[in-house]
Write a protein that binds this ligand. Structure first.
Ligand code: CO
Length: 285
């Protein structure tokens, strides 16, 4: 038996386009993760990209609905979203702001556009929680753009650090201990290169949403919107094409636990999902 050396650069192992979908009360969006094409990337369950300046695409919003057993992360690139839950927590996520919501044992909330015209654009990501935290008390970490650091690198590269720390020491405001998640928004001018080490064994992928990148293991330039799934290696490395590039870099420690997914509830067993529906119907969420 021979020890195989770890490749230095995490290579592309899949590049997957999103699927047009509609959710909430009729919001048009692109589901990038959590589709028949790309079901989950443990611990990441689902990712939606919404982006439209057509009010009919977003005005219906997401009226009251429950969550239990995971975290939702809403990152607004443009526009404003109002949220309110059944425990009295309420606010507006503004352009460039993030809401990292640990649903834990559960809550019922609404997420509605705080605008009737103009561009609304952003992401909502679902991150699974380990069994030991699925019934934790709900918790919010919310930060406006002004409190999210932007790391400037050579070549005009910028890294907006929402969660986790960069190798250069910029710390995101969100603490994501459950999965040690990193959530970076990376912008590259044409031809610039971004490189960043990540912990071995962590799931990692790029969500390319502007321009194009070349990454080891893929021919030519990948263009967005697309999820670029990365294999094992010491670091992520991506070079922007002639139009520059912008992508999310997401990584996290896999949970390796069974997933029982029933609509807005993500638990470990089917019985726990049934219990969540019973609790919801009985007003215990
Ligand atoms: Co929700």
């Amino acid at each position: 038996m021979s020890a195989s050396p770890t490749p230095s650069i995490r290579p592309v192992i899949a590049a997957v386009e999103g699927m047009a979908t509609s959710d909430g009360a009729g919001v048009s969006m692109t589901r990038m993760l959590g589709t028949p094409r790309l079901r989950t990337l443990d611990p990441f369950l689902m990712l939606d990209l919404f982006g439209s300046d057509e009010p009919t695409d977003y005005l219906a919003g997401f009226p009251d609905h429950p969550h239990r057993g995971f975290e939702t992360v809403t990152y607004m690139l443009a526009g404003r979203m109002r949220h309110a839950d059944n425990h009295g927590h309420e606010g507006v996520i503004e352009t460039g702001g993030v809401q990292w919501m640990t649903a834990g044992r559960g809550l019922i909330h609404s997420e509605m556009p705080e605008q009737t015209e103009g561009l609304m654009r952003g992401f909502q990501l679902w991150i699974n929680l380990p069994a030991r935290l699925k019934m934790t008390e709900p918790r919010y970490q919310e930060f406006p753009a002004a409190r999210i650091p932007v790391e400037s690198r050579e070549g005009g590269v910028t890294v907006t650090v929402i969660a986790g720390d960069t190798a250069r020491g910029t710390a995101g405001p969100v603490r994501a201990e459950a999965t040690d998640a990193r959530y970076f928004d990376v912008a590259l001018p044409a031809g610039a290169v971004f490189a960043e080490p990540l912990p071995a064994g962590h799931t990692a992928f790029l969500v390319l949403f502007e321009g194009g990148v070349s990454v080891a293991g893929a021919e030519g330039t990948l263009s967005g919107p697309q999820v670029v799934v990365l294999g094992e290696g010491e670091r992520v490395e991506a070079a922007a094409g002639p139009e520059g590039a912008r992508f999310l870099l997401l990584s996290g420690r896999p949970l390796g636990e069974p997933i029982a997914w029933g609509g807005p509830f993500v638990m470990n067993t089917r019985e726990e999902v049934m219990q969540a529906f019973r609790d919801y119907e009985a007003g215990r969420i």
